[in-house]
Design a protein around this ligand. Sequence first.
Ligand code: SAM
Length: 288
Amino acid sequence: MQDSNEGVVLYIVATPIGNLDDMSARAIEVLKRVDLIAAEDTRHSKRLLQHFAVNTQLTSHHDFSSAAEVQKLLDHLASGKSLALISDAGTPLISDPGYQLVSAARSLGVEVLPIPGPSAVIAALSVAGIACDRFRFEGFLPAKSTQRLKRLQALAAESATLVFYESPHRIAASLADFVSVFGADEQRQLFVARELTKKFESHCLGSVAQVADWAEGDTNNTRGEFVLVLSGASVQDAAEQEAGMQRAQEIARLLRADLSLKRAVALAAEIAGVRKNALYALMLQEAD
Ligand code: SAM
């Protein structure tokens, strides 16, 4: 299929993040019309496509697709046939596969068109009640706590609103790390959007400590899919925090000559008034 007055097109099609009624009419029309649909998980997508009576041929495309498999899709486009890319939910490429395909298609001169629709990051921001004139989407945090603490610490002075994706397996551990890094700042607001657009959708907005308590208070609150939205650091807070942390690092380096890393960090954190875990993550980085 060729688009009316243009060449062949690769369509990047957003699909619902829970509620099937969020599928756009244009998404259905394009998925019916293209020659081939590339999906992250064909079995999962088959159900969605059946629901909308889309009978287009399906092929798989995921993060582990080999170069030869990507090439097959490019050959398909090069032969003048259209292609639509969908992911399991939401907008492809947003913490989902597709970047390599889009990049390669563009370098071949293929037109790439979005069919916009749901994305959890935008849905969460739109209801958080936290300023979103400037936001920084960080996707998934690292799985290991040490790495996660380092990442959060590196983001502590960011003045833009921060957005993260999180899974049910790690939400409790991640929230504990948020408390370690941001917990002392009562001004900082955290919003958790759980199961957006689904039956058990729930939201929580409060200080980092309040949100962590909410999650701890009911096991249901740690089930499902999550978006975390954290308000940015105020410019003054950011400067103070950075200065405090620098001072703490200097003290810890001096104490390190006579004490274990753990002890040096504990004392330095107390003297400089910074979070112990955050300082520890930074000192570990130095030791790497
Ligand atoms: N491409 C998708 C998008 O546009 O939102 C994101 C895919 S990513 C692999 C999956 C993650 O998105 C989940 O772990 C969760 O953090 C977030 N997510 C997806 N659907 C969600 C929903 N209904 N409610 C809350 N978070 C959701």
